[in-house]
Every structure is written in structure tokens, then in C-alpha cells.
Design a protein. Structure first.
Length: 473
């Protein structure tokens, strides 16, 4: 028989973790439409107008078996994708004295500090911290992570990769994890070859940190041609308008005729170019089919330390990139490590910064952490968050050729701006149609102007906050 489970209030008890519903009813989409969703084999197979009554009144469409999740009072958003993380570095900030007032890191200082920490970091250390970080990402609504991993100069250069491969295997079916090898100019070619054999998903590097950026880009693309692996390079992670590595990357992609996905991460220097210089660069990037990843949280922290006034923003030219039709993804980059002492693995922290610092619209910001990254990374589509198109959303003319993946995050049905500002803690996260995490928050406040002696009857005299988190399982 059909089992109907009511999701309940956002401040209630978590109750959905582990469920794999066939239907989600009474839920609101980004465009405001109330709908019922049908799910099968990890995909969204149908979107229809919500039934007039609650799903608790009976199974919709005459269904006789399966699980229906009544999500009345909730809003369905696409689950987010973190397109650029560093799980091998994540949650190492406690080993750095950020609170003495003397530790303030720009990019070179952070690199030096991390290099010092690496000497005492082994494979188990990385695996443990990476697993903790992934738990945070999933609970916040992220179901796919692309992480970069260093090849240290000292000790086993593959210990970070081995740790992350173990995490990827342990969480298969729970999280889609792509591992990118962050090669340096000091990384021997034999180590890169061994990394590919060990299970590397993507080839990466930092040409802008090499004494010869062109040679480093060439070296990575040579391996890409030989292996067919996609490429994701740290590109132009500095302010200023000097040499642009992304131009070299685009020219080589075009001349080589590369067909695999190529991504340029950071691209901070594009934000420093005047329009007449930026336009031909973006035309070249678009012609090469390169996607761009912007990382506002970390780059706003790392860049601009040397400015005495009017410090430059560590942001790429997000508006011009979108206007040029270039796929744009946004992520957080580092999570509480020498490169970023803060961050909470929350994609809506990124959306908030894209609106305030990047001047994107709320819907554009949401797309940059949902549909945008999946395009850049070459992943199956999720629920669309584009302009309001109710008829298309309800699939009145039939289902799309590619059914969206059932990766969703359900949030309270409040104004979308509150969600994108990071003000909403209650979230229910689905990956492939299965509920991975159910987080509820409850809060009491006393904002009364009247004074009551302690213990006297009347308005509450205490304020408390109770988080309730049912962990990923």
C-alpha cells in the first residue's frame, strides 16, 4: 500500500532520513508554483500541479504502493554542487593561530603555512578531516563535490589522493565526489601518471604559481590529451592586469582540439580588466568552450592584503562572464584552513556573496551553485532554476529528453531571499531520490519590552536555540 509520511514543520523533529519517496507532494518550486513531484530510479519523472487536498488525505493519481512525502510548507530547490573544494586541507584551521592578531594570510603566506603543516599530516589525518567536511557539505544541501588534492614535496606525494579515494569509495551512492590532482611545477611526471592509475578523475594545476606558466599549462594538457581526462586549472588567482594564463589555456584548447571538459577556476584577474580588454578574452574563452568557477569567499579573503586603500575584490568578472554565455559555477574553495579561516560549507553563504559582492540577481546566484556547476563539471541536469516558466516546469508538453536527477534540498517555504542569505537552517537533502540528511532548527526569543523579575510569570525571560540534526547515514 501507499505510505504517506508528512514532513512536518521546519522546527519539528527530523523524520525523513533514509526514506526513498516515490512522490513529493504539495511542495513549492523556485517560480512559486505548488506541485507534486514523482520520482523513480533516482530521477524526477513527473511534475504536475499540486492536488487540491493534502497528500495525507490519500495517495495521488490512484497510487497503491510506494512512499509519498507530504512536503506542504516546504520549497524544493535543486541540491547544490561544490565545484571547487580542498578536502585535504579542510578543517585544519585549529592548527593555525588565527586569534593572536598576527596571522593574516594572503595567498603566498597561506601556501607557506600549509606547506609547514603538511609535514605532520598523514593519510589518516586527511581521510578523517575530509569525511567531517563532507558531512557538513551534505547536511547543508550539497550532493556533489569536486575537490583538489595536493601532491606534497615531502613524504608520500600520493597520501592525500589515497585518502580521498578512500572517502570516495566509502561514500559511493551518498555523495558524488570528483578528485582533481593539483600538480605543481615541482611534481614529477611519474607522480602524475601514478595518480591517474590510482583513480584521479580530473587533471589540475596552478600555472600562475610556476616560474613558467605556459610550460605548466602545456604539461597538464599533454597528459589530458594522452589520457582523455578533463582539466580544471587554478587560473590567474591574483589581482592586476598582467599576463593572463586563461588566454594561454584557451588558445591551447582550441589549437589542440580538446573535446573533454576544461575548467578555469578563480580567474581573479578578469575582474581587474577594463571592458575593452575583457571582451576579447571572454570571446576566446567562449570559443574554447571553457567553463569558469568563481570562489568569492576564499578569494575575498586572500586577495587585496597589500592595498593601503580601495582594496581590489578577489572576484572574477561574473556579470560579463554570464553576458558572454560562458558557463559559470560558484563555490567556497577552502573550508577553515590556512587559505580561509572561516566558512561553513553552506552554498547559501556563496549565493549571498554573489548578490552583495558580485551584483548577481538572486536567481542567477542560485543557478551558480546548482545548475551552473553541473554544466561546468559535465554532470546530469537537476531541476531548472531559470526564469519563471510555469508551463515548462509542469511539463505540459511532455517530459524533457533528459530527466532531471532527483538531487533536491527542501527548505521552509519562506521568501527565496531569506534562503539565499543563509538565514534558513532547516533543510532536507535528497541524492538520487534518497533522503540523506534532515536538519531542523527551533528557536525561542523574548523581545518583550516589559520587565519581569526572574522566575515571575509573564513573557519568557530566556532565549535559547536548539539545533536538531539527524546525521547522514
Amino acid at each position: 500500500m501507499n505510505q504517506v509520511i508528512t514532513l512536518g514543520a521546519p522546527d519539528g523533529a527530523p523524520r525523513a532520513t533514509g526514506l526513498t519517496p516515490d512522490r513529493i507532494t504539495g511542495v513549492r518550486l523556485v517560480d512559486g508554483t505548488l506541485v507534486d513531484l514523482t520520482l523513480a530510479a533516482g530521477r524526477i519523472t513527473g511534475i504536475v500541479p499540486a492536488a487540491s487536498g493534502s497528500a495525507a488525505d490519500g495517495a495521488p493519481d490512484g497510487a497503491t504502493e510506494g512512499v509519498t512525502l507530504d512536503a506542504s510548507g516546504w520549497r524544493a530547490l535543486p541540491a547544490t554542487t561544490e565545484p571547487h573544494a580542498h578536502l585535504d586541507k579542510a578543517l585544519s584551521a585549529e592548527r593555525v593561530d588565527y586569534f593572536s592578531g598576527t596571522t593574516q594570510n594572503d595567498l603566498p603566506a597561506a601556501i607557506e603555512q600549509w606547506s609547514g603543516l603538511l609535514e605532520s599530516i598523514d593519510e589518516e589525518d586527511i581521510r578523517t578531516r575530509a569525511t567531517r567536511a563532507v558531512s557538513r557539505y551534505v547536511a547543508q544541501g550539497t550532493t556533489t563535490v569536486r575537490t583538489h588534492v595536493d601532491f606534497p614535496r615531502t613524504g608520500d606525494p600520493l597520501r592525500g589522493l589515497r585518502a580521498l579515494v578512500a572517502v570516495r569509495e566509502a561514500l559511493a551512492g551518498v555523495l558524488t565526489l570528483q578528485i582533481t590532482g593539483l600538480t605543481g611545477f615541482h611534481t614529477p611526471g611519474s607522480v602524475i601518471d601514478d595518480a591517474v592509475d590510482l583513480g584521479l578523475d580530473v587533471l589540475g594545476g596552478c600555472p600562475h604559481l610556476s616560474p613558467d606558466p605556459h610550460h605548466e599549462t602545456t604539461r597538464v594538457l599533454d597528459v589530458a590529451e594522452r589520457t582523455g581526462l578533463p582539466v580544471d586549472l587554478h587560473t590567474d588567482e591574483q589581482t592586476g592586469t598582467e599576463h593572463l594564463d586563461v588566454v594561454d589555456l584557451a588558445q591551447q584548447v582550441i589549437s589542440r582540439g580538446l573535446t573533454q571538459r576544461v575548467t578555469a577556476s578563480h580567474c581573479v584577474r578578469l575582474g581587474s580588466l577594463p571592458p575593452d580588454e575583457l571582451r576579447p578574452v571572454l570571446d576566446l574563452v567562449a570559443r574554447a568552450g571553457i567553463g569558469i568557477v568563481t570562489l568569492p569567499i576564499t578569494n575575498l579573503y586572500l586577495q587585496g592584503w597589500d592595498a593601503t586603500h580601495l582594496a581590489p575584490r578577489g572576484l572574477t568578472a561574473v556579470r560579463a562572464i554570464l553576458d558572454a554565455g560562458i558557463p559559470l559555477a560558484a563555490g567556497a574553495d577552502n573550508l577553515r584552513d590556512p587559505f580561509n579561516p572561516v566558512g561553513r560549507a553552506d552554498p547559501y553563504e556563496t549565493t549571498s556573496l554573489l548578490v552583495t559582492a558580485g551584483h548577481l540577481t538572486p536567481v542567477e546566484a542560485l543557478a551558480a551553485v546548482t545548475t551552473g556547476p553541473r554544466t561546468v563539471l559535465g554532470l546530469p541536469a537537476v531541476l531548472d532554476v531559470g526564469p519563471t516558466r510555469p508551463a515548462a516546469r509542469l511539463w505540459a508538453d511532455g517530459a524533457p529528453a533528459e530527466l532531471p536527477v532527483a538531487d533536491l534540498v527542501l527548505v521552509p517555504d519562506v521568501d527565496l531571499g531569506d534562503v539565499l542569505a543563509g538565514n534558513v537552517g532547516s533543510r532536507v537533502v535528497l541524492h538520487g531520490g534518497r533522503v540523506l540528511a534532515d536538519t531542523r532548527t527551533a528557536q525561542t526569543l523574548d523581545l518583550s519590552a516589559r520587565h519581569h523579575p526572574a522566575g515571575a510569570p509573564g513573557e519568557p525571560v530566556s532565549t535559547s536555540f536548539r539545533p536538531a540534526l539527524e546525521h547522514v547515514r
